[in-house]
Design a protein around this ligand. Structure first.
Ligand SMILES: NC(=O)c1ccc[n+]([C@@H]2O[C@H](COP(=O)([O-])OP(=O)(O)OC[C@H]3O[C@@H](n4cnc5c(N)ncnc54)[C@H](OP(=O)(O)O)[C@@H]3O)[C@@H](O)[C@H]2O)c1
Length: 351
């Protein structure tokens, strides 16, 4: 193992990214030391730089969608050994972030990668799946409080045959976003039906393969969208997940929501709340006291869910030049040039 590694530092608030050498983290109790093979890029990674949000300590290392090889195991860890292929959500701490070549993982929030899933695919999962899981299943006010489908006894909880409600619809705005793709798959695991989503229609077949029953054109004006929805189901819509959460989708999503329903947002709300229609701000991390238990439950099942194909990774595009390529990748995300795929970098290829 080398003594030092390359890391991509965000040098200061609103500052530049720069690659520098730093020591490898030393494995601590309960953690894995991981050689990062793939790291996913997320919209928040460019927003931190552009808007100076969410981070106060600089220089910082960011990037939190991580997969790699375990190279050392800390005290008290069971179930993992050197050589295991794992994936997990990193954190914006020098020793836990993903835009570098080695990092630490909390073993209770890591999962092994099944052989049929690549490092690249695995790195598309953690952040977006966390946002979808938290928003749907944490109790209010952190989530919509639906029952998580991660046990055999709770899978399909909302299916027609399981309860008094004959149909249990959900609308997911932005089905082709990374978050939306996982929300669709979770909705299917939970047994929601119909699963209505908005997207560019070129994604129709793909989103149906993930579990969407109806894909509606993302560019429909609200009135036409509402009319299409009403031809699909007459059951009041009690759950809408807005994986886009821009002002117009928030407005449209909230209007479609029935009284007593929950709207889950991935960005801060800009709409005026009305009584009886709850707005949930999903924060997709499992390291908070209220979210850790759900995260441990999910990560305990995730290998199996991937193996059986109940959760499929996003489609991925590998960007060139290792960590040097991340800045250009983030520019593409910033300018909406990425459609229905996750950008992935290979830190080990950094020159
Ligand atoms: N709260 C959290 O914890 C959390 C976690 C992760 C992400 N987020 C936020 O969630 C949002 C989505 O993140 P992501 O990583 O999933 O995004 P992403 O995959 O990079 O999103 C790209 C996709 O957005 C789709 N899109 C853009 N505008 C749309 C619209 N008006 N209607 C429907 N689809 C639209 C595009 O569809 P086309 O293919 O049709 O162009 C494209 O496929 C971002 O704002 C991100 O910052 C929040």
């Amino acid at each position: 193992m080398p003594q030092t590694q390359k890391a991509l530092f965000l040098e200061s608030k609103f500052g530049e990214f720069k690659i520098r050498e730093r020591d490898l983290p030393i494995v601590t109790s309960g953690h894995l030391l991981v050689r990062i093979e793939a790291v996913g890029l997320n919209p928040v990674d460019w927003k931190v730089q552009k808007y100076g949000i969410l981070l106060e300590d600089y220089p910082a290392i960011i990037g939190t969608d991580i997969s790699g090889l375990v190279v050392d195991v800390g005290e008290g860890v069971s179930g993992f050994a050197a050589g295991d292929r794992v994936f997990f959500q990193g954190a914006w701490e020098h020793d836990k972030a993903g835009f570098q070549q080695y990092t630490l993982a909390d073993a209770t929030l890591a999962a092994k990668i099944p052989s049929k899933v690549s490092f690249d695919e695995a790195a598309s999962i953690p952040v977006a799946l966390a946002a979808a899981t938290v928003g749907l299943y944490l109790p209010p006010p952190h989530g919509a409080g639906r029952v998580a489908p991660f046990e055999d006894s709770t899978r399909g909880q909302y299916a027609e045959s399981r309860g008094p409600i004959s149909r249990n619809p959900i609308i997911i705005f932005g089905g082709a976003t990374s978050v939306g793709q996982y929300a669709i798959q979770l909705a299917k695991l939970s047994g929601f039906s119909p699963i209505i989503t908005t997207a560019s229609l070129k994604h129709n077949e793909y989103l149906k393969s993930l579990g969407a029953t109806h894909v509606l054109n993302r560019d429909l004006p609200h009135k036409e969208l509402a009319s299409e929805v009403s031809t699909i189901t007459s059951t009041p819509i009690k759950l809408v997940y807005d994986a886009v959460s821009l002002p117009d989708t928030q407005q449209s999503a909230y209007s479609l929501l029935a009284d007593g329903g929950d709207l889950v947002l991935v960005l801060r709300e800009v709409i005026e709340p009305v009584e009886g229609k709850r707005i949930i701000n999903a924060f997709g991390v499992f390291t908070l006291p209220h979210s850790r238990e759900l995260g441990v439950q999910l990560y305990g099942k995730l290998t199996e869910l991937l193996e059986e194909g109940s959760i499929k990774a996003n489609r991925v595009e590998v960007i060139p030049d290792g960590l040097n390529g991340v800045v250009a990748g983030l520019e593409r995300l910033k300018s909406d040039q990425v459609s229905g795929t996750k950008l992935i970098a290979h830190p080990q290829e950094t020159q």
